[in-house]
Write a protein that binds this ligand. Structure first.
Ligand code: C2O
Ligand code: CU
Length: 464
C-alpha cells in the first residue's frame, strides 16, 4: 500500500558504494587503502578500475519507467535507470573517471555540483559542447575536497532534473570515521496522475519555480524503514534536489546536530530545532538514537501560514545493544580565516516583466546578454548579493567555496561553514567571502531551475 506524500503546491516560496569494500589492489599487492564505508541509500556504483587512487564508473542517461504512484508506471529520465541516480564514491585525492553515455532524446551534460575541479570538466555548456544523443563523453578529474556532493545535467536542467536526472557523490575523508552512513535524496515532483507535468505547466512556475505535489525520498513515495542502534552515532547526509522548493529537515527520536554543510565538516557542529535545506544544498547530520525511544526518523518540515507541517520520510526501529550516546569528534579542519577583502563583486537580483514574459536577472541582464564578471584569483573578496526581486533565491557558485559573512548585517549560526550554495531571502543583502582559489570560468546562478532557465545565471571569469 503506497503512502503517497501529497504536498501543497504553493506552500513554501510564497513566504516571500561500493556495497563491498574494494581494496583496489591486484593479487599479491598490499591493500593499502582503508575500505570505503558502505552507505545506506541510493545504490552504489562499483569501481571499474583496479588501480589504487583511481575510481572509474559508468553512467548512462536514458528514458526509463519508475513506480512512483499507484496509477501506473511513470516515464522518467534517469542515470542507469535509477532515480535518484547511483551513488558515486571516492576518497579525497582520488582521480575520478566517469564514462558517460547519453541515451536521451536530447543533448545533455553532467555537472558535479560543489566539486572544485577544472572548469573543463564542470559540465556546463558554456565550456563543454553538450553530449549529443547516442554519444559518450569521459569526465576525469581529481576530487580535492572530502564531502557530500551531487551531480546533474546543466542543459535544460529544469526539465532534465525534474524528470529524474540527478545522483549523489561522496568524497570520503582520507580516514573516515567508522559509523553507519546514509544518504537521503529529497525531491518533489509535479505530477498529474502517473505523468510528470511538462515544464512551466503551472502559471506560478515562472514566479516561484516548480513546486511538486509528490515528495520522493531516495526515489520512493513511501516511508523508508530500517533499524538503528540506541546511543550509537550515525552520519546522515541529506540533499535537496527539488527544482525550487526550500525544505527544512529534522530528526526525531534522537539527539542530532549539523556536522557538515555542503560537505565540509564544521569545526563546531550546530544544533537547531529544524535545519534549513534549500535546493542544491547538502547537510551532514550526526544522529544518536535515543535509548528510550522506539524509533528514530527523518522528516521534512514545511511552513504553512500558521504552523509547520511534518512529512516523515524515514523511520528506523531502535534496537540492539546501547552505545555510549556521545557525539563524535569528526576531526574538522578550522575554517579559513575571513580576511580583509581587496576585491568586491556585486550581484543584483531582480526580475523583468515585459512583452516577452517574466525573466529573472543578475545585474540587470538575463543569461546570454550578460557580461562576464572578471575577478582575480587568489584574492580576498567579498561578493555582495542584493535581492531586489522580492523572492528567495538559492545562490550557487561553481568551482569555489565561500563563507557567509552576514545577512543584512547580522550573522546567523546556520550560515556557518564553507559552502557552494546559500539561500538569499527576499530583499536580503548577503555578503559572502571567498578567495577564488580555483581559476576558470564559473557559472554563478540561482538554483531555482525555472529562475535559471528564465535568465538568472551569470559567469565569473577567475583569472590567475
Ligand atoms: Cu547544481 Cu549550476 O548547479
Ligand atoms: Cu531564483
Amino acid at each position: 500500500m503506497s503512502r503517497l506524500v501529497v504536498l501543497s503546491l504553493l506552500l513554501a516560496g510564497c513566504t516571500s558504494g561500493k556495497p563491498s569494500p574494494d581494496t583496489g589492489a591486484p593479487e599479491g599487492q598490499a591493500a593499502a587503502e582503508i575500505p570505503l564505508p558502505t552507505v545506506w541509500g541510493p545504490e552504489a556504483l562499483e569501481d571499474q578500475d583496479p588501480s589504487p587512487g583511481v575510481v572509474e564508473v559508468h553512467l548512462r542517461a536514458g528514458v526509463t519507467d519508475v513506480e512512483w504512484v499507484d496509477d501506473g508506471p511513470t516515464e522518467a529520465w534517469a542515470f542507469n535507470d535509477l532515480v535518484p541516480g547511483p551513488l558515486i564514491q571516492a576518497r579525497v585525492g582520488d582521480t575520478l573517471r566517469i564514462v558517460f553515455e547519453n541515451d536521451l532524446p536530447e543533448e545533455t551534460t553532467i555537472h558535479w555540483h560543489g566539486l572544485r575541479i577544472d572548469d573543463e570538466m564542470d559540465g556546463v555548456p558554456a565550456i563543454q559542447e553538450p553530449v549529443q544523443p547516442g554519444e559518450t563523453f569521459t569526465y576525469e578529474f581529481v576530487v580535492p575536497d572530502a564531502g557530500s556532493y551531487w551531480y546533474h545535467p546543466h542543459v535544460r536542467a529544469h526539465e532534465q532534473m525534474e524528470r529524474g536526472l540527478h545522483g549523489t557523490l561522496i568524497v570520503h575523508e582520507a580516514e573516515p570515521v567508522a559509523v553507519p552512513e546514509r544518504y537521503f535524496v529529497l525531491d518533489d515532483v509535479y505530477m498529474d496522475g502517473e505523468d510528470i507535468v511538462e515544464p512551466f505547466g503551472n502559471h506560478m512556475e515562472a514566479v516561484h519555480g516548480r513546486h511538486g505535489n509528490v515528495l520522493l525520498t531516495n526515489g520512493s513515495t513511501e516511508l523508508l524503514e530500517d533499524t538503528v542502534a540506541p546511543g550509537t552515532a550515525e552520519r546522515w547526509r541529506v540533499v535537496n534536489t527539488a527544482n525550487a522548493r526550500t525544505m527544512w529537515v529534522a530528526v526525531t527520536g534522537a539527539a542530532w546536530r549539523i556536522i557538515a554543510v555542503d560537505g565540509t565538516l564544521l569545526p563546531e557542529p550546530i544544533e537547531v530545532e529544524r535545519a534549513l535545506l534549500p535546493v542544491g544544498q547538502r547537510l551532514d547530520l550526526e544522529v544518536i538514537p535515543d535509548e528510550d525511544s522506539e524509533a528514530a526518523g527523518l522528516q521534512v518540515e514545511l511552513p504553512g501560514t500558521s504552523s509547520w507541517t511534518e512529512y516523515p520520510v524515514f523511520s528506523a526501529a531502535i534496537e540492539g545493544e546501547p552505545g555510549d550516546s556521545s557525539f563524535i569528534d569528526w576531526g574538522a579542519a578550522p575554517l579559513p580565516v575571513i580576511g580583509d577583502a581587496t576585491q568586491d563583486i556585486e550581484l543584483n537580483f531582480n526580475l523583468r516583466n515585459n512583452s516577452q514574459g517574466l525573466s529573472w536577472t543578475i545585474n540587470g541582464d538575463v543569461y546570454g546578454e550578460h557580461d562576464d564578471i572578471r575577478v582575480d584569483a587568489n584574492t580576498p573578496s567579498i561578493i555582495e548579493i542584493v535581492d531586489r526581486s522580492g523572492a528567495e533565491h538559492p545562490f550557487h557558485l561553481h568551482g569555489q567555496f565561500f563563507q557567509v559573512v552576514d545577512r543584512d548585517g547580522v550573522t546567523y549560526d546556520q550560515d556557518v561553514g564553507l559552502r557552494d550554495t546559500v539561500l538569499v531571502g527576499p530583499e536580503e543583502t548577503l555578503r559572502l567571502y571567498t578567495e577564488f582559489d580555483n581559476p576558470g570560468r564559473w557559472m554563478s546562478h540561482c538554483h531555482i531551475l525555472e529562475h535559471a532557465e528564465l535568465g538568472m545565471m551569470t559567469e565569473m571569469l577567475v583569472r590567475d
